[in-house]
Design a protein around this ligand. Structure first.
Ligand code: NAD
Length: 346
């Protein structure tokens, strides 16, 4: 239990205790219970081996609604959550607050899972990683798509394969609430993470095409990459398609995989013959809620002390690529004016 002994003392006590209360349920809290955080709280409230101690949100209506619905305490500040005995938190407040909230929690010796993107800038993301390392606490980043069962099935199918190319489509209508980021930081960062994870290689070349067709920020992005291992990858993302679509195509030397992340169907083409014929099969894809699997992985990494499924370093690396896509745009917009059409629609 943490008391009023100050941040340094409570961190030392936690370290001496081995990080978590061994044997008992892990006491966890959620910071920011809007759209995403209320789902964190719901899943954690149902999870075995975990006690949802409480939620923190400055929005009184929202925090009282979540507290009442899930039967947990609700607070206006982190200090009160800490006094209630929390050992770990998930942070699902707006991205521009991730840095300050994460550093506050880490300085109190709490294990942290922070929603994607880890922070708005690489510097802030790096500071979170460095603070967690110094404090010896677990830091995970919420790249939930890694836990999509269709994505997991593709990852298994390409194990040991010579990957040649990856094409990801993540399109849909405008989100009901416009955030202060565009499609690259909001959506493409998921797929940048998947490309790095599938290939186990860093992205070394970037060719972005961005356009702000309707919104102030970019709402169409066609991003091309090359990894250090030589894989060519492509992300097509926008907020202009009237329906949601999320697909992944992966070509390896021996197989072609087609995954639908919404219907959870994964098809494998294989056995290519000189006459152009080949075989096809549907791969088995189980169903589990990705967020549940992600939060379970966070809890397991705290309990075992093993590296989390998505490390802070990986979160920063994916963010850095996303920001480089935007920086390239900034460089282009400083270039001499040409009579280029503002709207670029394929
Ligand atoms: N992994 C995913 O697929 C996914 C999906 C959606 C959002 N997200 C991420 O989750 C985060 C939140 O997004 P959202 O769509 O839920 O936003 P949201 O606006 O619905 O919710 C944010 C909540 O944080 C609260 N908040 C504001 N300041 C706070 C503070 N100082 N302390 C605690 N809470 C505070 C707000 O009152 C609000 O209730 C963002 O980082 C976003 O990128 C991830």
């Amino acid at each position: 239990m943490l008391g009023g002994g100050g941040k340094t003392e409570s961190r030392e006590l936690r370290r001496l205790a081995g990080g978590v209360d061994r044997g008992g349920p892990l006491k966890i809290g959620v910071i920011g219970v809007g759209v995403m955080g209320s789902n964190h709280a719901r899943v954690l409230s149902e999870m075995a081996g975990v006690t949802l101690v409480g939620v923190v949100d400055p929005d009184r209506t929202q925090r009282e609604f979540v507290g009442r619905t899930l039967g947990c305490a609700e607070f206006t500040d982190i200090e009160s959550l800490v006094r209630a005995g929390v050992e770990a938190v998930t942070i699902a407040a707006p991205t521009h607050l991730h840095h300050d909230l994460a550093l506050d929690c880490i300085s109190r010796g709490l294990h942290v899972m922070v929603e994607k993107p880890i922070a708005p800038t690489v510097e802030e993301g790096g500071a979170i990683v460095a603070a967690a390392r110094r404090a010896g606490v677990t830091l995970m980043v919420g790249h939930v798509e890694r836990f999509n069962p269709a994505v997991e099935s593709i990852k298994r199918a390409i194990k040991g394969q010579d990957i040649l190319s990856i094409a990801i489509t993540r399109v849909g209508p405008f989100p009901p609430r416009m955030s202060n980021v565009g499609v690259v930081i909001d959506l493409a960062v998921h797929d940048i993470d998947l490309i790095r994870w599938f290939t186990d290689s860093e992205i070394v070349e970037i060719q972005p095409q961005l356009s702000s067709a309707v919104a102030e920020r970019e709402d169409i992005a066609l991003l091309q990459f090359r990894t250090a291992s030589g894989v060519l990858a492509h992300i097509n993302t926008n907020w202009l398609t009237p329906f949601k679509a999320r697909t992944i195509h992966v070509a390896t030397r021996d197989k072609y995989l087609i995954g639908d992340l919404l219907t959870l169907q994964v098809t494998e083409c294989f056995g290519f013959q000189p006459d152009g014929s080949y075989s096809m099969r549907h791969l088995s894809v189980g169903y589990s809620e990705p967020l549940r699997a992600e939060l379970r992985a966070f809890v397991e990494s705290i309990r075992t002390g093993r590296s989390p499924a998505v490390t802070g370093e990986e979160g920063v690396a994916s963010l850095e690529i996303a920001i480089r896509c935007l920086d390239t745009r900034a460089e282009l917009s400083r270039a001499p004016q040409r009579k280029a059409p503002r709207r670029v629609v394929g």
